[in-house]
Design a protein around this ligand. Structure first.
Ligand code: SF4
Ligand code: SF4
Length: 450
Protein backbone atom coordinates (compact mmCIF):
# COMPACT_ATOMS: atom_id res chain seq x y z
CA UNK A 1 0.00 0.00 0.00
CA UNK A 2 2.72 2.45 -0.80
CA UNK A 3 2.95 5.26 -3.30
CA UNK A 4 4.40 4.26 -6.68
CA UNK A 5 6.79 7.13 -7.02
CA UNK A 6 10.02 5.84 -5.52
CA UNK A 7 10.32 6.13 -1.73
CA UNK A 8 8.31 3.56 0.09
CA UNK A 9 6.32 5.42 2.70
CA UNK A 10 3.34 3.35 3.72
CA UNK A 11 -0.06 4.92 4.18
CA UNK A 12 -1.62 4.52 7.62
CA UNK A 13 -4.36 1.87 7.68
CA UNK A 14 -6.12 3.72 10.48
CA UNK A 15 -5.47 6.92 12.43
CA UNK A 16 -2.77 6.90 15.10
CA UNK A 17 -3.75 7.63 18.70
CA UNK A 18 -3.97 11.23 19.80
CA UNK A 19 -4.53 12.60 23.29
CA UNK A 20 -7.63 14.31 24.62
CA UNK A 21 -10.36 15.91 22.55
CA UNK A 22 -14.07 16.32 23.14
CA UNK A 23 -17.26 15.34 21.34
CA UNK A 24 -19.64 18.29 21.04
CA UNK A 25 -22.86 17.78 19.06
CA UNK A 26 -22.03 18.11 15.34
CA UNK A 27 -25.09 20.15 14.30
CA UNK A 28 -24.01 19.96 10.65
CA UNK A 29 -27.49 20.82 9.44
CA UNK A 30 -26.33 22.62 6.30
CA UNK A 31 -24.17 19.76 4.95
CA UNK A 32 -26.82 18.55 2.52
CA UNK A 33 -27.77 21.96 1.14
CA UNK A 34 -26.04 23.21 -2.03
CA UNK A 35 -24.11 26.46 -1.64
CA UNK A 36 -25.75 29.61 -2.96
CA UNK A 37 -23.84 32.46 -4.61
CA UNK A 38 -24.85 35.74 -3.05
CA UNK A 39 -25.29 38.68 -5.44
CA UNK A 40 -22.90 41.58 -4.81
CA UNK A 41 -24.08 43.79 -1.94
CA UNK A 42 -24.31 47.56 -2.40
CA UNK A 43 -21.07 48.05 -0.42
CA UNK A 44 -18.17 45.90 0.67
CA UNK A 45 -15.76 46.94 3.41
CA UNK A 46 -12.47 45.12 2.89
CA UNK A 47 -10.12 45.14 5.85
CA UNK A 48 -6.40 45.50 5.17
CA UNK A 49 -5.89 42.92 7.92
CA UNK A 50 -6.79 39.60 6.29
CA UNK A 51 -3.99 37.31 7.45
CA UNK A 52 -1.67 36.40 10.28
CA UNK A 53 1.23 38.85 9.87
CA UNK A 54 1.45 42.35 8.47
CA UNK A 55 -1.48 44.52 7.39
CA UNK A 56 -1.61 45.66 3.78
CA UNK A 57 -1.45 49.30 2.75
CA UNK A 58 -4.25 50.48 0.46
CA UNK A 59 -3.03 51.22 -3.09
CA UNK A 60 -6.32 52.79 -4.23
CA UNK A 61 -7.94 56.07 -3.22
CA UNK A 62 -11.50 57.39 -2.96
CA UNK A 63 -13.03 57.92 -6.40
CA UNK A 64 -10.94 55.20 -8.11
CA UNK A 65 -12.76 52.73 -10.35
CA UNK A 66 -11.84 49.15 -9.42
CA UNK A 67 -12.49 45.80 -11.04
CA UNK A 68 -13.06 42.35 -9.67
CA UNK A 69 -9.71 40.82 -8.71
CA UNK A 70 -7.72 44.05 -8.92
CA UNK A 71 -5.14 44.54 -6.15
CA UNK A 72 -6.36 47.21 -3.70
CA UNK A 73 -3.83 46.64 -0.93
CA UNK A 74 -0.37 45.09 -0.55
CA UNK A 75 2.67 45.07 1.70
CA UNK A 76 6.40 44.51 1.27
CA UNK A 77 6.56 42.56 4.55
CA UNK A 78 7.40 38.84 4.38
CA UNK A 79 4.28 37.72 6.27
CA UNK A 80 1.69 39.31 3.97
CA UNK A 81 -0.44 38.68 0.89
CA UNK A 82 -2.12 41.17 -1.45
CA UNK A 83 -5.80 41.99 -1.08
CA UNK A 84 -8.08 42.25 -4.12
CA UNK A 85 -11.34 44.01 -4.95
CA UNK A 86 -14.22 41.58 -4.35
CA UNK A 87 -16.66 43.57 -6.48
CA UNK A 88 -16.28 46.00 -9.37
CA UNK A 89 -17.26 49.59 -8.64
CA UNK A 90 -15.90 52.77 -7.10
CA UNK A 91 -13.78 53.24 -3.99
CA UNK A 92 -16.04 55.28 -1.70
CA UNK A 93 -13.63 55.85 1.20
CA UNK A 94 -10.83 54.40 3.28
CA UNK A 95 -11.65 54.08 6.95
CA UNK A 96 -10.03 52.97 10.18
CA UNK A 97 -11.72 49.81 11.41
CA UNK A 98 -11.50 48.00 14.74
CA UNK A 99 -11.85 44.22 14.46
CA UNK A 100 -13.54 42.01 17.11
CA UNK A 101 -10.15 41.42 18.77
CA UNK A 102 -9.56 45.15 19.08
CA UNK A 103 -6.95 45.57 16.31
CA UNK A 104 -7.28 48.74 14.25
CA UNK A 105 -6.60 48.52 10.51
CA UNK A 106 -7.39 50.41 7.33
CA UNK A 107 -10.37 49.16 5.35
CA UNK A 108 -11.33 49.99 1.76
CA UNK A 109 -15.05 50.65 1.21
CA UNK A 110 -16.18 49.93 -2.37
CA UNK A 111 -19.59 50.85 -3.79
CA UNK A 112 -20.48 48.00 -6.11
CA UNK A 113 -21.67 48.72 -9.66
CA UNK A 114 -23.44 45.36 -9.58
CA UNK A 115 -21.59 44.17 -12.70
CA UNK A 116 -18.72 42.12 -11.19
CA UNK A 117 -16.51 43.11 -14.15
CA UNK A 118 -13.19 41.23 -13.96
CA UNK A 119 -9.89 43.11 -13.94
CA UNK A 120 -8.61 42.82 -17.53
CA UNK A 121 -5.03 41.82 -16.63
CA UNK A 122 -5.89 38.58 -14.82
CA UNK A 123 -4.16 35.61 -16.40
CA UNK A 124 -3.75 31.88 -15.88
CA UNK A 125 -0.42 30.66 -14.53
CA UNK A 126 1.65 27.50 -14.61
CA UNK A 127 4.38 27.56 -11.95
CA UNK A 128 7.34 25.25 -12.66
CA UNK A 129 9.53 25.63 -9.60
CA UNK A 130 9.30 26.56 -5.92
CA UNK A 131 10.03 30.22 -6.47
CA UNK A 132 7.35 30.51 -9.19
CA UNK A 133 4.88 28.51 -7.09
CA UNK A 134 5.25 30.67 -3.99
CA UNK A 135 5.08 33.81 -6.12
CA UNK A 136 1.91 32.58 -7.85
CA UNK A 137 0.24 31.58 -4.59
CA UNK A 138 1.16 34.92 -3.00
CA UNK A 139 -0.33 36.81 -5.95
CA UNK A 140 -3.55 34.80 -5.55
CA UNK A 141 -4.07 36.37 -2.13
CA UNK A 142 -4.54 32.94 -0.56
CA UNK A 143 -4.43 32.52 3.20
CA UNK A 144 -5.32 29.31 5.05
CA UNK A 145 -9.06 29.01 4.49
CA UNK A 146 -9.68 26.69 7.43
CA UNK A 147 -9.84 29.71 9.72
CA UNK A 148 -6.24 30.38 10.72
CA UNK A 149 -5.48 32.90 7.96
CA UNK A 150 -1.79 31.90 7.62
CA UNK A 151 -0.31 33.10 4.29
CA UNK A 152 -0.36 29.99 2.07
CA UNK A 153 2.77 30.86 0.04
CA UNK A 154 4.85 30.85 3.23
CA UNK A 155 3.54 27.41 4.10
CA UNK A 156 4.46 26.13 0.63
CA UNK A 157 7.93 27.66 0.81
CA UNK A 158 9.48 24.63 2.49
CA UNK A 159 12.77 25.74 4.12
CA UNK A 160 15.93 24.46 2.51
CA UNK A 161 17.19 21.32 4.19
CA UNK A 162 13.72 20.18 5.26
CA UNK A 163 12.50 17.10 3.46
CA UNK A 164 8.71 17.20 3.25
CA UNK A 165 7.39 13.84 2.13
CA UNK A 166 3.76 13.96 3.25
CA UNK A 167 1.01 16.36 2.30
CA UNK A 168 -1.95 16.17 4.66
CA UNK A 169 -5.15 17.65 3.30
CA UNK A 170 -7.04 18.92 6.33
CA UNK A 171 -10.67 17.99 5.84
CA UNK A 172 -11.51 17.31 9.48
CA UNK A 173 -13.82 20.34 9.73
CA UNK A 174 -14.32 19.33 13.34
CA UNK A 175 -16.02 22.48 14.65
CA UNK A 176 -19.77 22.05 15.17
CA UNK A 177 -22.11 23.65 12.59
CA UNK A 178 -19.42 24.44 9.96
CA UNK A 179 -19.89 22.66 6.62
CA UNK A 180 -18.10 25.05 4.23
CA UNK A 181 -15.28 22.56 3.44
CA UNK A 182 -17.80 19.74 3.19
CA UNK A 183 -19.68 21.60 0.45
CA UNK A 184 -16.38 22.47 -1.28
CA UNK A 185 -15.44 18.79 -1.42
CA UNK A 186 -18.82 17.83 -2.85
CA UNK A 187 -19.15 20.72 -5.29
CA UNK A 188 -15.51 20.98 -6.48
CA UNK A 189 -14.02 17.56 -5.76
CA UNK A 190 -11.98 17.44 -9.03
CA UNK A 191 -10.29 20.71 -8.14
CA UNK A 192 -8.89 19.12 -4.97
CA UNK A 193 -6.99 16.56 -7.04
CA UNK A 194 -5.81 18.96 -9.74
CA UNK A 195 -4.65 21.31 -6.93
CA UNK A 196 -2.59 18.50 -5.39
CA UNK A 197 -1.06 17.62 -8.77
CA UNK A 198 -0.27 21.29 -9.50
CA UNK A 199 2.37 21.48 -6.79
CA UNK A 200 3.20 17.98 -5.47
CA UNK A 201 6.29 17.53 -7.69
CA UNK A 202 7.57 21.02 -6.97
CA UNK A 203 7.52 20.32 -3.23
CA UNK A 204 8.65 16.69 -3.61
CA UNK A 205 5.56 15.12 -2.00
CA UNK A 206 5.67 11.31 -1.80
CA UNK A 207 2.20 10.68 -0.41
CA UNK A 208 -0.98 12.65 0.15
CA UNK A 209 -3.41 11.85 2.96
CA UNK A 210 -6.85 13.44 2.83
CA UNK A 211 -7.91 13.31 6.48
CA UNK A 212 -11.66 13.43 6.85
CA UNK A 213 -14.02 12.87 9.79
CA UNK A 214 -16.52 10.05 9.52
CA UNK A 215 -19.50 12.40 9.79
CA UNK A 216 -19.14 13.22 6.06
CA UNK A 217 -19.92 9.87 4.39
CA UNK A 218 -20.99 11.42 1.05
CA UNK A 219 -17.71 13.34 0.74
CA UNK A 220 -15.70 10.25 1.73
CA UNK A 221 -17.39 8.30 -1.06
CA UNK A 222 -16.83 11.00 -3.71
CA UNK A 223 -13.17 11.54 -2.81
CA UNK A 224 -12.43 7.80 -2.58
CA UNK A 225 -13.92 7.27 -6.02
CA UNK A 226 -11.65 9.93 -7.51
CA UNK A 227 -8.56 8.75 -5.61
CA UNK A 228 -9.14 5.22 -6.94
CA UNK A 229 -9.37 6.50 -10.55
CA UNK A 230 -5.96 6.47 -12.31
CA UNK A 231 -7.09 9.32 -14.56
CA UNK A 232 -7.23 11.66 -11.58
CA UNK A 233 -4.56 10.07 -9.38
CA UNK A 234 -2.15 8.64 -11.98
CA UNK A 235 0.72 8.37 -9.48
CA UNK A 236 -1.46 6.49 -6.97
CA UNK A 237 -0.43 9.15 -4.54
CA UNK A 238 -3.59 9.96 -2.64
CA UNK A 239 -5.41 8.03 0.10
CA UNK A 240 -8.40 8.97 2.20
CA UNK A 241 -7.92 8.51 5.96
CA UNK A 242 -11.21 8.40 7.84
CA UNK A 243 -11.08 9.81 11.37
CA UNK A 244 -13.68 9.15 14.05
CA UNK A 245 -15.26 12.57 14.54
CA UNK A 246 -13.66 14.29 17.50
CA UNK A 247 -12.76 17.90 18.21
CA UNK A 248 -10.04 19.25 17.54
CA UNK A 249 -8.81 16.84 14.85
CA UNK A 250 -8.49 19.86 12.54
CA UNK A 251 -5.69 21.32 14.68
CA UNK A 252 -2.48 20.93 12.70
CA UNK A 253 -0.38 19.17 15.34
CA UNK A 254 -3.20 16.80 16.29
CA UNK A 255 -3.82 15.94 12.65
CA UNK A 256 -0.13 15.27 11.95
CA UNK A 257 -0.03 12.87 14.91
CA UNK A 258 -3.21 11.12 13.75
CA UNK A 259 -1.99 10.73 10.16
CA UNK A 260 1.72 9.97 10.63
CA UNK A 261 2.39 9.31 14.35
CA UNK A 262 4.95 12.13 14.11
CA UNK A 263 5.07 14.75 16.87
CA UNK A 264 5.84 18.36 16.01
CA UNK A 265 8.31 19.64 18.64
CA UNK A 266 7.39 22.57 20.89
CA UNK A 267 7.76 25.76 18.88
CA UNK A 268 8.39 23.69 15.74
CA UNK A 269 6.71 23.54 12.34
CA UNK A 270 5.08 20.67 10.43
CA UNK A 271 8.08 20.71 8.06
CA UNK A 272 10.27 19.71 11.05
CA UNK A 273 8.58 16.31 10.85
CA UNK A 274 8.36 16.13 7.05
CA UNK A 275 4.74 17.28 6.74
CA UNK A 276 2.83 20.00 4.97
CA UNK A 277 -0.77 20.52 6.08
CA UNK A 278 -3.22 22.37 3.86
CA UNK A 279 -6.93 22.98 4.15
CA UNK A 280 -8.98 21.24 1.46
CA UNK A 281 -10.62 24.44 0.18
CA UNK A 282 -7.20 26.12 -0.06
CA UNK A 283 -5.92 23.29 -2.29
CA UNK A 284 -8.89 23.40 -4.66
CA UNK A 285 -8.65 27.21 -4.79
CA UNK A 286 -5.01 26.91 -5.98
CA UNK A 287 -6.22 24.70 -8.83
CA UNK A 288 -8.82 27.25 -9.92
CA UNK A 289 -6.42 30.19 -9.58
CA UNK A 290 -3.81 28.54 -11.78
CA UNK A 291 -6.45 27.96 -14.48
CA UNK A 292 -8.25 31.31 -14.31
CA UNK A 293 -6.01 33.88 -12.63
CA UNK A 294 -8.98 35.05 -10.52
CA UNK A 295 -7.60 35.70 -7.02
CA UNK A 296 -9.34 35.12 -3.71
CA UNK A 297 -12.30 37.48 -3.81
CA UNK A 298 -15.12 35.47 -2.29
CA UNK A 299 -15.66 33.03 0.55
CA UNK A 300 -18.02 30.18 1.29
CA UNK A 301 -19.52 30.81 4.73
CA UNK A 302 -21.80 28.54 6.76
CA UNK A 303 -24.66 30.60 8.20
CA UNK A 304 -26.42 28.74 10.99
CA UNK A 305 -27.64 28.83 14.59
CA UNK A 306 -30.99 28.89 16.34
CA UNK A 307 -31.70 32.55 15.44
CA UNK A 308 -31.18 32.16 11.65
CA UNK A 309 -34.27 31.72 9.50
CA UNK A 310 -32.72 29.80 6.56
CA UNK A 311 -29.38 28.23 7.49
CA UNK A 312 -27.21 27.56 4.44
CA UNK A 313 -23.76 27.91 2.91
CA UNK A 314 -23.40 31.06 0.90
CA UNK A 315 -20.54 32.25 -1.30
CA UNK A 316 -20.19 35.97 -0.66
CA UNK A 317 -17.73 38.67 -1.73
CA UNK A 318 -15.05 39.27 0.92
CA UNK A 319 -15.99 42.40 2.85
CA UNK A 320 -19.75 41.73 2.79
CA UNK A 321 -21.39 42.67 6.09
CA UNK A 322 -22.77 40.03 8.44
CA UNK A 323 -26.06 41.96 8.31
CA UNK A 324 -26.33 41.61 4.50
CA UNK A 325 -25.49 37.91 4.71
CA UNK A 326 -28.07 37.21 7.41
CA UNK A 327 -30.68 39.13 5.38
CA UNK A 328 -29.79 36.97 2.37
CA UNK A 329 -30.52 33.96 4.59
CA UNK A 330 -34.05 35.21 5.32
CA UNK A 331 -33.09 37.30 8.34
CA UNK A 332 -33.45 36.37 12.01
CA UNK A 333 -36.28 34.16 13.17
CA UNK A 334 -35.74 35.18 16.80
CA UNK A 335 -33.72 37.85 18.52
CA UNK A 336 -30.00 36.98 18.28
CA UNK A 337 -28.39 37.00 21.71
CA UNK A 338 -25.01 35.74 20.58
CA UNK A 339 -23.25 36.22 17.25
CA UNK A 340 -20.03 34.39 16.40
CA UNK A 341 -17.65 34.67 13.46
CA UNK A 342 -16.33 31.10 13.08
CA UNK A 343 -17.28 28.00 15.04
CA UNK A 344 -18.63 27.82 18.59
CA UNK A 345 -15.34 26.41 19.94
CA UNK A 346 -12.73 28.75 18.43
CA UNK A 347 -14.76 31.50 16.80
CA UNK A 348 -14.85 35.14 17.90
CA UNK A 349 -17.98 36.62 19.48
CA UNK A 350 -19.08 39.87 17.84
CA UNK A 351 -21.18 42.62 19.41
CA UNK A 352 -23.58 43.03 16.48
CA UNK A 353 -23.99 42.26 12.79
CA UNK A 354 -22.11 45.33 11.53
CA UNK A 355 -18.88 43.28 11.15
CA UNK A 356 -17.60 42.17 7.72
CA UNK A 357 -16.41 38.79 6.51
CA UNK A 358 -12.73 38.22 5.82
CA UNK A 359 -10.81 35.63 3.81
CA UNK A 360 -10.67 33.27 6.78
CA UNK A 361 -14.30 33.60 7.91
CA UNK A 362 -15.85 30.16 7.52
CA UNK A 363 -19.04 30.60 9.54
CA UNK A 364 -21.49 33.10 10.95
CA UNK A 365 -23.51 31.69 13.85
CA UNK A 366 -26.45 33.48 15.46
CA UNK A 367 -27.97 32.00 18.62
CA UNK A 368 -31.08 32.99 20.50
CA UNK A 369 -31.50 33.17 24.27
CA UNK A 370 -31.83 29.40 24.76
CA UNK A 371 -28.42 28.63 23.26
CA UNK A 372 -26.39 31.58 24.41
CA UNK A 373 -26.46 31.52 28.20
CA UNK A 374 -23.07 31.16 29.88
CA UNK A 375 -22.59 28.77 32.78
CA UNK A 376 -21.83 30.53 36.07
CA UNK A 377 -18.17 30.10 37.02
CA UNK A 378 -17.55 28.29 40.32
CA UNK A 379 -14.47 27.02 42.15
CA UNK A 380 -12.28 24.28 40.65
CA UNK A 381 -13.15 20.87 42.07
CA UNK A 382 -9.87 19.26 40.95
CA UNK A 383 -11.64 16.72 38.76
CA UNK A 384 -8.87 16.72 36.14
CA UNK A 385 -11.22 16.68 33.16
CA UNK A 386 -9.56 19.72 31.63
CA UNK A 387 -6.17 17.99 31.56
CA UNK A 388 -7.69 14.75 30.26
CA UNK A 389 -9.30 16.58 27.34
CA UNK A 390 -6.29 18.74 26.43
CA UNK A 391 -4.74 17.55 23.15
CA UNK A 392 -1.47 19.26 24.10
CA UNK A 393 -1.20 17.47 27.48
CA UNK A 394 -1.42 20.73 29.45
CA UNK A 395 -2.77 21.09 32.99
CA UNK A 396 -4.84 24.29 33.19
CA UNK A 397 -5.33 24.34 37.00
CA UNK A 398 -1.55 24.23 37.59
CA UNK A 399 -1.08 26.92 34.97
CA UNK A 400 -3.72 29.10 36.63
CA UNK A 401 -1.97 28.69 39.95
CA UNK A 402 1.42 29.75 38.55
CA UNK A 403 -0.18 32.62 36.64
CA UNK A 404 -1.61 33.97 39.90
CA UNK A 405 1.85 33.66 41.48
CA UNK A 406 3.35 35.41 38.42
CA UNK A 407 5.88 32.58 38.23
CA UNK A 408 7.03 32.93 34.63
CA UNK A 409 9.70 30.22 34.74
CA UNK A 410 7.17 27.69 35.91
CA UNK A 411 4.64 28.85 33.29
CA UNK A 412 7.24 28.20 30.61
CA UNK A 413 8.00 24.74 32.02
CA UNK A 414 4.30 23.92 32.02
CA UNK A 415 4.27 24.43 28.23
CA UNK A 416 1.84 27.35 28.14
CA UNK A 417 2.95 28.43 24.68
CA UNK A 418 1.82 25.06 23.30
CA UNK A 419 -1.80 25.98 24.00
CA UNK A 420 -3.71 26.34 20.73
CA UNK A 421 -6.79 27.83 22.41
CA UNK A 422 -8.98 24.98 21.20
CA UNK A 423 -11.34 25.25 24.17
CA UNK A 424 -11.53 21.52 25.01
CA UNK A 425 -10.58 22.26 28.62
CA UNK A 426 -13.32 24.86 29.09
CA UNK A 427 -15.85 22.65 27.29
CA UNK A 428 -15.25 19.77 29.71
CA UNK A 429 -14.99 21.83 32.90
CA UNK A 430 -17.96 21.18 35.23
CA UNK A 431 -17.14 24.37 37.15
CA UNK A 432 -17.64 26.51 34.02
CA UNK A 433 -14.20 28.03 34.43
CA UNK A 434 -13.07 30.43 31.70
CA UNK A 435 -9.95 28.42 31.01
CA UNK A 436 -9.26 29.60 27.46
CA UNK A 437 -9.17 33.22 28.57
CA UNK A 438 -6.88 32.19 31.43
CA UNK A 439 -4.57 30.43 28.95
CA UNK A 440 -4.58 33.50 26.68
CA UNK A 441 -3.60 35.65 29.66
CA UNK A 442 -0.78 33.25 30.55
CA UNK A 443 0.53 33.31 26.96
CA UNK A 444 0.31 37.10 26.84
CA UNK A 445 2.25 37.29 30.11
CA UNK A 446 5.08 35.15 28.68
CA UNK A 447 5.13 37.06 25.39
CA UNK A 448 5.37 40.39 27.23
CA UNK A 449 8.72 39.41 28.79
CA UNK A 450 10.36 38.00 25.63
S1 SF4 B 1 -7.33 25.57 25.14
FE1 SF4 B 1 -5.16 25.12 25.52
S2 SF4 B 1 -5.14 24.24 27.56
FE2 SF4 B 1 -7.26 24.18 26.86
S3 SF4 B 1 -7.47 22.16 25.94
FE3 SF4 B 1 -6.92 23.53 24.27
S4 SF4 B 1 -4.68 23.41 24.14
FE4 SF4 B 1 -5.28 22.55 26.12
S1 SF4 C 1 -12.04 20.66 34.64
FE1 SF4 C 1 -12.50 22.54 35.77
S2 SF4 C 1 -13.04 21.84 37.80
FE2 SF4 C 1 -12.02 20.12 36.81
S3 SF4 C 1 -9.84 20.35 37.35
FE3 SF4 C 1 -10.10 21.42 35.45
S4 SF4 C 1 -10.51 23.55 36.05
FE4 SF4 C 1 -10.86 22.28 37.85
Amino acid sequence: MSAKNNINIPFPKKPYRTHGGVHPRHNKTTAGVESVIMPPPEYVTISMNQNIGADCIPCVKPGDTVYLGQIIGDSDKYMSVPIHASVSGTVEKIIKQRDPLGRISDAVVIKSDGLMTPYPNLKADNPQNLSELTDTVRQSGLVGLGGAGFPAHIKLNVPEGKDVDTLIINFAECEPYITADHREALENSWDVFSGIYAFKDIIGIKRVIIAIENNKPDAIEVLKRIADNPTYDPDDLVRILVLKASYPYGAEKVLIKACTNRVVPEGGLPSDVGCLVMNITSVSFISRYIKSGMPLISKRVTVDGSAVKEPKNIIAPIGTSVKDIIEFCGGYKSEPKKLILGGPMMGVAIADDSEFIKKNTNAILAFDETESSLMRETACIRCGRCAQSCPMLLTPPLIEQQLKLNNLDELKKLGVMNCMECGCCAYSCPAGKHLVQMMRNAKAKLRSVK
